[in-house]
Design a protein around this ligand. Sequence first.
Ligand code: ADP
Length: 247
Amino acid sequence: MAILKAADIPSVSLLYKLHKLSAAPADTKLVSTLLGPTQIPPPSKALNDRVAVYRADITCLAVDAIVNAANRFLLGGGGVDGAIHRAAGDKLYEECRKLNGCDTGSAKITDAYDLPCKRVIHAVGPIYDPFKHDESEKLLVGCYTKSLELAVENQCRTIAFSALSTGVYGYPSREAAPAALSAIRHFLTGKDGDKIDKVILVTFEKKDVDAYTEFVPHYFPPVPEGETSGAAAQELPSAPTSDPVDV
Ligand code: ADP
């Protein structure tokens, strides 16, 4: 399978240009999330250039860190966890064994061994509880935030997330996507946000592709066409208003 670098993966800015993503209607009400925002935020080219959504097998990405949807034991399992352990080889299992597991809502980092990425962040998402939605969201948001913190602490500037908890752990994709996007936006606009060059949301199943296609424009809205060229024009010297004078 082809190995992809972070730079090969189209940003949200490019996805808008290619009409693979489109703006949400102006009267869109945002899903309520713990970290907000509560309404569509102002568009930012700088943010849209640093976020990507891409359908792929995460084990093929040659980014600084990939985020595994692990369980509390950190000893491998099914789904993306199994795929990552198979591709990384036995040494990953050996390192994970020494970590003494991980709390739900948190994450730990290891080497990547035979994988093309540099590090693996093992995040333990919640098993979705529809009767405790806020608690589930708090734990899911904890995974995204802790993973980004670990990336920064370990000089990982490009990070690819699997859709944590949306498989066997049963978190509905249309609820997980807003929580993930809100946590990522919150981090990228915070004090360490500039230490991350690219966040890639890796989708695998169609339900997650659909959820991100719907919700990315709520958190990373498109920059209106012409606005970027307008900004560039402001940086050019002003046109002369008088005739040149011979010296
Ligand atoms: P969880 O137990 O956290 O729900 P799963 O592994 O069951 O973890 O699913 C998490 C997400 O990973 C799901 O959206 C699933 O479609 C996706 N997934 C499964 N295999 C891969 C893979 N090889 N690459 C990327 N995503 C994957």
